[in-house]
Write a protein that binds this ligand. Structure first.
Ligand code: ADP
Ligand code: ZN
Ligand code: ZN
Length: 811
């Protein structure tokens, strides 16, 4: 008798034990996908984490209901990786499981299904399949548990799974996506006939000329192609279905379903990769050299230096030696531009993986990797969860991007950091690429922990753009700046439009309506203890420090210029669009922000339209900074640098520098030096100077000093504890108690509890406790201590309803 521990797709601590039915004993192992019953009536897909001979048998242990696949679908290494994620990011294995597996692989009682009305079967359905299929509606999605009731099949999940596999049923998540058949009919010989047998068969058909011709055509085609599709065989042989049917009836041919990729890209052409120029070649060689000594290397290459081309070369090398490569990009930067570029070189060996993809496609990529059928993955952060078997290289492009951190739900992992751990499990190398390294990464590079390779020349020797600083404070004071566009910026736009060139106007999205600013002198209130801007709480008319919790009254006049003009910041892209339209009525304007890019397609369309010259001016938020490659943009306007500098967060200055540098990188790519017009009321701010002079080192030195002084990463590790509850008083008391308890172990390292700027979400009140921990503190011990104090402080009936989670290394 064997027992198996399983991971359930639920936020429950630990694994659950089931007994293994005798008939599964040989076919089941760690990583196998099974169905188990949990609770009274619910069935879930679970993953086996361990199979073992129990020391003692327990009574009421449930049996595993069924085994879904002949082979494990999660590798041992993946299970190890899941454990690392759950341990480091302080969440449950179930949370990791939920995030890791595409939902098509996670059928459960609550999953919705619908019948595929276009389904045509090559083979008759088995009785149970037939029953379940007839119980499905083709117009209304039903829960699998409902289908169980209607069909009378108690354990209907595996049956539904088999229907999904043959295309007879569709999972709810895919209903909105166009579903296309997974297999197409192909023809093969009914068995492996010998040469002699084949000749005899051919002979025997001499009086059925059409059948004979069909056989001949088949044999001829088969010399070149392994898979012969029914349609092409019939076309090639110019015979009807009936002829084929005769041969099938005679037991010569058979029909089978050939699995196809939805789109066939062919092999790609590895030779179509560009030749590297001298600088790129040097960088490429330095990376290889660096990898001899270091597992992680930073490629610090200015915008438009051709980092992508270097990645392509490195991936080519990996493929030639039989390895796999993972190329990570922030979700939003995964555009058609980059996909097509890689597709041309790697063809079908490339799989693209991100969250906006149809779930069946994602499950398909999972299966392809399991079978070792593709060896390059281009993906967003969740691609680190794919079942690689021979991963040799991970590229994390735009490594500085905060969106590599998952915010909600758990696991709140940082894909860049997790990728380096995944790589080490494979003994693989990690390349971090960016034009603006994160403070953490550059710190590690300077410390010698990471290798460092620089690429300082743009491709084709295009110059970095000229950056012109506009002092909006001065212009406002002199009353010559009435709109968001300063007169010099207007003039440059006018010029560019006159020459048929394009313009990008960038407005930072964050920070609106939560900060106060003096309309006259642009003064913003800051916390006296923390060096961050204060957040304005409209309801209470208070200013609060996001970090230490200190509160301040709103001053009636500005302490700087003594005018009563403090106001809430706010200038959205929509309003900018209106003003630009008014000023340049003849220009075609495109706007790219959260509102205009709800769907992936609209995002892509705005980009491709702009690239094709269908608009003259592109107005956008962060989205316009993400690695886009436009040929004809001569002017980039940064409309208001201030709200980036003032955002209440210790990373505000880092983000501001990165954003402005990246946005500037969109100017003057192919033909000539571009111009960036940077509007700010703090022209002397060190960050502005560093952006203007493209002085990363100076920016870094100052940030590093501040971070060290105020105990932030990379000098300290942050962990934020979030507590939520329906009742504010209970929550407050619990949060205080928790913090108090934590102080017994962590003393001064504990900050808070504080009430965050957004302190109530979905009718739950929120409190946060922040810990600043020395790097040398052992991670495992810290985690255990945190959980211990949570238990001591909150495991009482009063606090049972509170919801607690950890955000390790928050961004
Ligand atoms: P980065 O990622 O460093 O910003 P890209 O890889 O996007 O830069 O390269 C910028 C532009 O230069 C792209 O249009 C790219 O196709 C072109 N380019 C870069 N290197 C080469 C090369 N070796 N041969 C031809 N074109 C190149
Ligand atoms: Zn003022
Ligand atoms: Zn403070």
């Amino acid at each position: 008798m064997l027992y198996a521990d399983v991971i359930l797709p639920l936020s429950l601590q630990g694994v659950y034990t089931y007994s293994v039915p005798a008939d599964m004993e040989t076919s089941l192992s760690a990583g196998s996908r099974v169905i188990v019953q949990f609770g009274k009536k619910k069935f879930y897909t679970a993953i086996i984490s361990k199979v073992y001979q129990p020391d003692e048998f327990k009574d009421n242990i449930k049996e595993i209901t069924s085994l879904l696949d002949p082979h494990p679908i999660v590798t041992p290494l993946q299970l190890k990786f899941w454990e690392w994620i759950s341990s480091y990011y302080i969440c449950t294995l179930g949370d990791v499981f939920k995030a890791a597996l595409p939902s098509a692989l996670k059928l459960e009682s609550e999953t919705y299904v619908i019948a595929n009305p276009d389904f045509q079967s090559d083979e008759p359905l088995k009785p149970a399949q037939q029953k379940a299929y007839l119980s499905l509606s083709s117009t209304k999605a039903q829960k699998i548990s409902e289908v169980a009731k209607i069909s009378g099949i108690a354990n209907v999940v595996p049956v539904i799974k088999s229907l999904v596999d043959i295309g007879a049923a569709i999972l709810s998540e895919d209903i909105n996506n166009t579903y296309s058949a997974k297999t197409i009919s192909a023809i093969r010989l009914a068995k492996q006939f010998s040469e002699v047998e084949l000749r005899e068969i051919h002979e025997s058909l001499s009086r059925a000329k059409k059948q004979q011709a069909l056989l001949e055509t088949y044999l001829r085609l088969h010399k070149v192609n392994k898979v012969i599709l029914k349609k092409s065989l019939l076309e090639e042989a110019k015979v009807s279905e009936g002829v084929l049917k005769e041969l099938i009836d005679k037991g010569i041919f058979e029909i089978f379903g050939h699995e196809v990729n939805r789109i066939d890209y062919g092999q790609g052409d590895m030779e179509s990769a560009y030749n590297l120029n001298t600088y790129q070649q040097e960088a490429y060689q330095s990376i290889q050299k660096s990898f001899l000594e270091k597992d992680i290397t930073l490629l610090f290459g200015v915008t438009s230096s051709g980092k992508t081309e270097i990645y392509i070369q490195l991936i080519k090398d990996i493929l030639s030696s039989g390895g796999q490569a993972l190329y990570l990009l922030p979700e939003i930067a995964l555009t058609t531009q980059i996909t097509e570029r890689l597709r041309r070189v790697f063809g079908d060996r490339l799989a693209v993986y991100h969250s906006k993809f149809n779930d069946n496609e994602r499950a398909e990529i999972w299966n392809k990797l399991l079978k070792g059928e593709c060896n390059v993955v281009l993906g967003a952060r969740s691609a680190i969860f794919l079942p690689f078997n021979n991963l040799k290289l991970i590229i994390v492009d735009e490594e500085h991007e905060g969106s590599y951190k998952q915010q909600d739900p758990a696991p709140r992992y940082h894909a860049r950091n997790a990728a380096t751990v995944l790589a080490s499990m494979f003994n693989a190398k990690t390349l971090l690429g960016t034009a603006t390294p994160s403070i953490e990464t550059y710190y590690n590079a300077l410390a010698g922990k990471y290798g460092l390779v620089r690429l300082t020349k743009r491709y084709d020797d295009i110059k970095l753009p000229h950056i012109e600083i506009i002092n909006t404070k001065d212009l406002r004071r002199r009353k010559i700046m009435k709109s968001i566009l300063s007169p010099p910026l207007s003039e440059h736009i006018q010029n560019a439009l006159g020459k048929g060139e394009q313009v990008i106007l960038f407005q930072n999205r964050r920070g609106f309506a939560s900060m106060l600013e003096c309309k006259t002198c642009s003064w913003t209130p800051r916390c006296t203890h923390c060096d961050v801007s204060l957040t304005y709480h409209k309801g209470q008319r208070l200013m609060v420090c996001h970090y230490c919790g200190a509160t301040y009254a709103v001053p009636t006049t500005c302490p700087e210029c003594e005018t009563p003009t403090l106001d809430v910041l706010g200038y959205g892209t929509e309003r900018i669009e209106e003003e630009v339209k008014e000023r340049f009525p003849e220009a075609i304007i495109a706007r790219m922000d959260m509102d205009t890019t709800r769907s992936r397609r609209s995002y892509e369309r705005i980009i491709s339209d702009f690239a094709a010259g269908k608009a003259n001016i592109l107005i956008g938020t962060q989205m316009v900074s993400k690695g886009l490659d436009f040929d004809n943009v001569s002017v980039v306007g940064i409309l208001n640098a201030d709200n980036m500098l003032n955002y209440p967060d210790f990373r505000a200055h880092e983000r501001a520098f990165q954003l402005m540098t990246q946005v500037s990188g969109r100017a003057g790519r192919k033909n000539k030096q571009g111009l960036v017009v940077l509007q700010t009321s703090h022209p002397g701010h060190p960050i502005i100077t560093d952006v203007k002079e493209n002085n990363y080192e100076s920016f870094y030195m100052m940030q590093a000093e501040e971070r060290n002084m105020f105990r932030y990463p990379p000098f300290y590790r942050l962990t934020s504890i979030v507590i939520k509850g329906k009742d504010e008083h209970t929550l407050d008391a619990a949060a205080r108690l928790f913090a108090q308890s934590l102080r017994q172990s962590f003393g001064e390292r504990v900050y808070g509890p504080i009430k965050p700027p957004v302190s109530r979400v979905q009718s739950l009140y929120i409190r946060k406790i922040l810990l600043k921990l020395e790097n040398r503190l052992p991670i495992q011990k810290v985690r255990d201590a945190l959980l211990y104090h949570q238990h001591v402080a909150l495991d009482t009936p009063d606090y049972r309803s509170l919801y607690v989670y950890y955000d390790v290394d928050p961004v």
